[in-house]
Design a protein around this ligand. Structure first.
Ligand code: DGI
Ligand code: FE
Ligand code: FE
Length: 195
């Protein structure tokens, strides 16, 4: 599937506003790729497809999690907003025939992040948080941090997401905590290395 075909597939699956968000994420991810490197073609394809499942019903996605051994059952215990990333990667593979594991992984981790994300995953995760249409408090801070390094940008997005979820008394998916701890510990390593 080429970019044009992916764009038509998401245009059909998404509302206009969400489609516009998708285009801004793709553009932002491309800019980050120019600064930090990574495979531009894969980054663009994953960005285009990252919210493919955003409007699928929670019951359909929950059923998919129950049926598919590859999807972690613990997803069922957390907010339904999380499902579109993990289950989206599965639908993109099954319905659109995307087989590239790197692209599927970028889609799967775009909401929660995870420990030891690839450079490309970090870029899509961060672009989703800082694209210019994001007006929530904190987007500006994450944009600033993303100019320092990809790690600083991801840490900013993760810590603010956790703070937001805690303030609303919403459960936090373990991968989100693991990703947060990963960047905190990495930062400490840099500190001990004199950076
Ligand atoms: O799909 P987008 O709106 O572009 O952005 P997203 O994929 O980051 O999804 C944001 C939603 O996901 C928002 O409602 C908060 C929720 N979310 C993010 N991380 C977690 C989470 N919800 C839970 N329960 N746990 C998390 O760790
Ligand atoms: Fe999303
Ligand atoms: Fe998104």
């Amino acid at each position: 599937m080429n970019e044009q075909e992916a764009l038509s597939a998401v245009k059909e699956a998404l509302k206009p506003q969400r489609y516009e968000h998708t285009l801004r994420v793709t553009e932002t991810a491309e800019q980050l790729c120019h600064v930090y490197g990574g495979n531009l073609q894969k980054i663009r394809l994953a960005s285009i497809l990252h919210d493919y499942a955003k409007y699928r019903s929670a019951s359909e996605m929950r059923n998919t999690v129950k049926e598919e051994a590859d999807l972690p059952d613990q997803l069922l215990d957390f907010g339904d907003e999380l499902l579109h990333s993990f289950v989206g990667a599965f639908y993109v593979k099954k319905e659109l025939g995307i087989a590239d594991k790197d692209v599927l992984q970028m889609i799967a981790s775009h909401t929660t992040g995870r420990e030891q994300m690839s450079l490309e995953e970090e870029i899509v995760f961060l672009a989703d948080y800082i694209e210019p249409g994001r007006t929530f408090p904190g987007a500006a801070e994450a944009r600033k941090a993303s100019k320092v390094s990809l790690e600083a940008g991801c840490l900013s997005a993760l810590s603010q997401t956790i703070t937001f979820l805690v303030s609303k008394r919403i459960s936090v998916y373990p991968d989100t905590f693991a990703a947060y701890n990963y960047y905190i510990m990495k930062r400490k390593d840099d500190f001990f290395n004199g950076k």
